[in-house]
Design a protein around this ligand. Structure first.
Ligand code: ATP
Length: 299
């Protein structure tokens, strides 16, 4: 395990922000921290990189204890936060040169390569204060990965980005994970984006871990019935091959199935009798899971 957190407790004054939070992250894993505003996601990141201390429990990050070795953890990690900690009076290039020297990893070629990669090369000499929100975000992203960190914390990495920017950043995150084996923790409320990069998820609510696991594990625990939309020549509505279905429009019906396995049986029966053009599972996406998990815990 690259990160282990056991029974963490954290309060700000009277307010208990994290209570009995335990989780583990494997090396090279991309983990999505999910939960409503104020549930404690950013606090977890700040505890892991030793910017703040927990009131109880223990944390290890790559064998370092953030309380005593926060400096070492911050050296081997990169972080992208809302403000990104950029100097607005300096140009984009000057910011990157400054941070590269600070990390002790100055490499002019790498800086230029990343500026190209994140489409900021043409803006590198402009003051960061004049950058758009999306440009600041992309520069913040470069700053966080400049020193090839083995651990990356990303807090809302696509906030303020246009569709091209989102694609650029998400692709880069996938590449970091695949090619460099970077361990990545991402907080985001944009669940369909998380789904394309995360291996596992931690669901937080009011400072507690509500659920954790891979998408398949979460599905197995929380999706009791599968809704499948099928574009087919099947007529009517009611029951077919032992499964109930309703009509969505003249060429589409929705089946309610007891499990994923039933899809094979259903399609085998359907294709013998009529045409099938498209099959789509409707309630398997991360957003449906998110609400199923939150509903489940409140029932
Ligand atoms: N420095 C601080 N002083 C006092 N309270 C704080 C501080 N930082 C965070 N909090 C409180 O701790 C709680 C958890 O905040 P945190 O930023 O960890 O949530 P979050 O899950 O990251 O939220 P968001 O999705 O809005 O980013 C909130 O109620 C917040 O107001």
């Amino acid at each position: 395990m690259f990160i282990t957190a056991e029974h963490i407790r954290k309060s700000y004054g009277e307010q208990l922000v994290l209570q009995d939070v335990s989780f583990a992250v494997k090396e090279g894993e991309t983990v999505g921290l999910l939960g409503p505003n104020g549930s404690g996601k950013t606090t977890i990141i700040r505890l892991l990189n030793g910017v703040i201390d927990a009131d109880g429990g223990s944390i290890l990050v790559g064998n370092w204890n953030p309380v005593t070795n926060g400096h070492e953890i911050r050296r081997m990690s990169g972080i992208l936060t809302e403000s990104a900690g950029l100097y607005y009076e300096l140009s984009g290039l000057e910011n990157l040169k400054f941070f590269a020297k600070l990390y002790g990893m100055y490499d002019e070629r790498r800086i230029q390569m990343l500026l190209e990669e994140f489409q900021l090369a043409n803006h590198q000499h402009k003051k960061v204060g004049t950058y758009s929100t999306g440009m600041k975000r992309r520069l913040g992203m470069i700053k966080s990965i400049l020193h090839r960190p083995s651990l990356l914390f990303l807090d809302e990495p696509t906030n303020g980005l246009d569709p091209e920017g989102i694609q650029l950043v998400m692709q880069y995150i996938r590449r970091l994970s695949k090619e460099e084996g970077t361990t990545i923790l991402i907080c985001s409320h944009i669940l369909h984006q998380m789904e394309t990069v995360c291996d596992t998820y931690l669901f937080l609510e009011q400072g507690r871990i509500l659920e954790s696991g891979t998408k398949s594990e979460l599905e197995a625990r929380h999706v009791q019935q599968i809704s499948v939309k099928v574009e087919t020549g099947l007529a009517g509505s009611g029951q077919y091959a032992g499964y109930s279905y309703e009509r969505v429009n003249h060429e589409t019906v929705r089946f309610e199935l007891p499990s994923k396995d039933a899809i094979t049986n259903l399609l085998a029966a359907l294709t013998k009798e009529t045409w099938v053009h498209q099959v789509e599972i409707e309630n398997r996406d991360l957003e449906s899971l998110y609400f199923a998990i939150r509903r489940g815990k409140h029932e």
